[in-house]
Design a protein around this ligand. Structure first.
Ligand SMILES: *Cc1c(COP(=O)(O)O)cnc(C)c1O
Length: 359
């Protein structure tokens, strides 16, 4: 069975090394005589797995002791509600709208309080990150919410907004573990794991401890960060196999030299693709250069027919899931940590060939 280069936006490709290790351990993990899938989450084997996963995440992201690392379910979409339910005091909050996901997050927060839209890039189909200055944010907001990397539109924050003492909350579903970040600048970082960490089913939240324990009275037990913080993410059954896979992905990253090294690889991969897009007369990128994502690269030709032909022929050449999101059209190459440099090289070669053949 040949593996293809899978440019899916999520769930997305996982490091082959992690998959192979999981394959080896699939039927019997260590000396347990059973699969991780079959194990009690209360067993010592699984406790070691989740502890190891947390320790590796803390090491890779340099997470301080004043933060909890929570292994949750419900996807990033559940965090859209969990964040306001846990952080509202004045029930006032600032959101920056940079795409579909931030709009959904803001809408959910609006169910429980007043959402102030600080800035939006919807006027130009979310093709840029708005300029943000300190005076744009409300001093009495309970938190400021940003979507760090916009998976659908292919933009990312290259600098963080100055929000003063207000906690900054970031949806990092598609950028976590891809570049160095200073966790101390955030109140909460959350991510659906299926883009850059693990298979679907796991959501990771990194929450500053002082933000835990003040949830609104209406907050369901399962949506209270305190429930999970007090119980080591085992108030109920956590997504055990996804946590195990996350630990294997983290081990792979750690062996590679950590986030500093993968960031270099990611910048190199994205550079290959953007350089080609800038030199091509057929393909072009869709976002402002200064805000280009390292992880999701949307691009178009000026014809829908050519786009469709490209996607079809790319697939025949083992380059799959390049169709763009329906709201942008064209193509999108998601080049997360697990996409090998060779995959991006093959894609660029194929684009060059396609351009020559279809002039
Ligand atoms: C995929 C994605 C989501 C939605 O994640 P779910 O885990 O499916 O809820 C939210 N935000 C961003 C930035 C995403 O990329």
């Amino acid at each position: 069975m040949n593996r293809v280069y899978n440019f899916s936006a999520g769930p997305s490709c996982l490091p082959l090394e992690a998959l192979e290790k999981a394959q080896k351990e699939l039927i019997s993990y260590g000396s347990s005589g059973m699969s991780v899938m079959e194990m009690s989450h209360r067993s010592s084997d699984f406790q070691n797995i989740i502890d190891n996963c947390e320790a590796l995440l803390r090491k890779l992201l340099n997470i301080g002791d004043n933060y909890k690392v929570l292994f949750l379910q419900g996807g990033a979409s559940t965090q859209f509600a969990m964040v306001p339910l846990n952080l509202y005091k004045n029930k006032k909050t600032d959101y920056v709208l940079t795409g579909v996901w931030s709009k959904k997050a803001a809408k959910e927060a609006g169910r429980y309080g007043d959402v102030n839209v600080v800035a939006s890039s919807e006027d130009k189909t979310f093709s840029y990150i708005p300029e943000l200055s300190a005076d744009m944010f409300s001093k009495d907001a309970d938190y400021v919410h940003i979507t760090h990397n916009n998976t659908i539109y292919g933009t990312r924050y290259t600098t963080l907004p100055d929000v003063g003492n207000v906690p900054l909350v970031a949806d990092m579903s598609s950028s976590i573990l891809s570049q160095e970040i200073d966790v101390n600048k955030f109140g909460i970082i959350y991510a659906g794991a299926q883009k850059n960490m693990a298979p679907a089913g796991l959501t990771v939240a990194i929450v500053r401890e002082d933000l835990i324990g003040n949830a609104l009275d209406i907050t369901p037990t399962m949506l209270n960060y305190q429930t999970h913080a007090d119980n080591g993410s085992m108030f109920n059954t956590p997504p055990t196999f996804a946590i195990y896979m996350c630990s294997l992905v983290c081990e792979w990253l750690d062996k590679l030299g950590g986030i500093k090294e993968i960031q270099k690889v990611n910048e190199y991969k994205a550079g290959l693709l953007y350089d080609f897009l800038d030199s091509s007369s057929m393909f072009k990128g869709t976002v402002e250069k200064k805000d280009r994502s390292l992880m999701n690269v949307p691009f178009v030709t000026d014809s829908d027919e050519l786009n469709a032909k490209f996607i079809k022929e790319a697939k025949e050449n083992g380059l799959v899931n390049l169709k763009g999101h329906r709201s942008v059209g064209g193509m999108r190459a998601s080049i997360y940590n697990a996409m090998p440099v060779d995959g991006v090289k093959k894609l660029v070669e194929f684009m060059k060939k396609f351009e020559t053949e279809n002039k």
